[in-house]
Ligand binder design. Sequence first.
Ligand SMILES: Cc1ncc(COP(=O)(O)O)c(C=O)c1O
Length: 353
Amino acid sequence: MSRFLSRHVRGLEPYVPGEQPLDRQYIKLNTNECPYPPAPGIVRLLAEHTGQEFALYPDPEAKELRGAIARRYGLAAEKVFVGNGSDEVLAFLCMAFFDGGDPIYFPDPSYGFYEVYANLFGLKARPIPLAKDFSIKEEDYLELDGHILLANPNAPTGLALSRCKIEGILKGNPHHLVVVDEAYVDFAGEDVTSLPLLSDYDNLMIVGTFSKSRSLAGLRLGYAFSRPEHIAALERIKYSFHPYNVNRFTQQAGVIAVEDDAYMGHVLEKIIATRDRTSLRLRELGCRVLPSSTNFLFMAHPSLTGRELYQKLREKGILVRCFEHPRTLDFVRVSIGTDEEIKAFLRAVEETL
Ligand SMILES: Cc1ncc(COP(=O)(O)O)c(C=O)c1O
């Protein structure tokens, strides 16, 4: 540990990303990436690129990209912010809206970064335990004395809250910001996204990512939708921190990805079909599988802990994710891969059980 490390940083517990081991070839079902390539136009863009323009800084306003995203989602461009992955967008919004010592409410368990950021930015983390069935209960989120971060669908459970429940939470907290992290929303039904609520609630901010349904985890592109004044607040942070946060290639690829909805639809169809078939088969094998609205399954088997199942699968060349959280020790989270990858995963589960 550096002898110059600040006392604040010494006390932090950083986020632990899913492992990316190099010791052998694994089937990677541990970080909820998309198993399919991005829109074909992006591969063409890469092939045709001379690279010359990479000598220049990117457009700090990301005008074309924000315009394309705004058109796709039926919003004005002033309601769109883009960042270097939604992790960066979440960090910027913590800096823009939350003062040190503010209580921040989020479900527990949920996306691990919420607690990490609460600690990094000196906020008071107020985790709200999920219900016994792992669902988020709207009534636990009413009239709170702090801002709220909600992943919908939630991770690692994969469960979604309907839009009308989110609306209840927005109504129940008119004086606080409700951030809905929709990283997995494209894999959920139509009634999950909070997008239609944006015009009615000035305390709503939606965060999204191109890492999952648009296969661009490696290019780092996330976004936020909210009222122009809230987006301007994020811009203030960006220009105080990293004005060129979205690189040139990502800006170009993002436009292609967001304009090719037909391709995304095709990818979603495949992943959802694989997910539902896999879930059925795992249940036949005696596993508990939560109903998933995402590109992953949260599953357990009564004969093994999550860590044991993780370890057995790892020995067979398949990476899934297990957790240290006391509520989820029995579970592993399995990202939906290609049919071939999932076939190998199911074979490994059958052998293990
Ligand atoms: C709920 C949730 N939010 C945000 C992210 C971050 O996504 P990215 O930074 O790749 O956009 C993830 C990544 O797994 C996630 O699960």
